[in-house]
Ligand binder design. Structure first.
Ligand SMILES: [Zn+2]
Length: 118
């Protein structure tokens, strides 16, 4: 049995590197720095990969923020109830609140913020 170790140890290490790279690649594709994740994959193999798979995709989140600011910069408005970015031609948000209602809520909140500061 003991003469299997020269084979098993390299196989084990190749396996560790494999899961390290798989985990690192998954998180990098989701927009995270992969450096630390390589070691998680190296140490915990498929378990680290499973966690990497359920991490939220940061690139999708950033894309959404970017498209929201494009909508708002072109005259759109952000709903004060659900936070959804509506185009300037939209009068009623997808949550059912209309533009006047949500902008009134927003200015009321801003007013309260200003009152707090004084
Ligand atoms: Zn809304």
């Amino acid at each position: 049995m003991e003469n299997l170790y020269p084979i098993l140890i390299p196989v084990y290490l190749v396996n560790c590197f494999f899961w390290g790279f798989v985990t690192k690649t998954i998180v990098e594709n989701k927009g995270y720095p992969g450096k630390g994740w390589f070691f998680w994959g190296f140490l915990f193999g498929i378990y680290a990969m499973a966690i990497a798979l359920i991490e939220p995709d940061m690139r999708a989140v950033r894309e959404k923020d970017k498209s929201d600011s494009v909508i708002i910069n072109s005259g759109g408005w952000k709903c004060g109830f659900c936070g959804y970015a509506n185009s300037k031609d939209t009068e009623i948000c997808r949550c059912g609140k209309d533009k006047a209602e949500t902008t009134a809520i927003l200015s009321e909140l801003q007013l309260k913020e200003m009152m707090k500061k004084d």
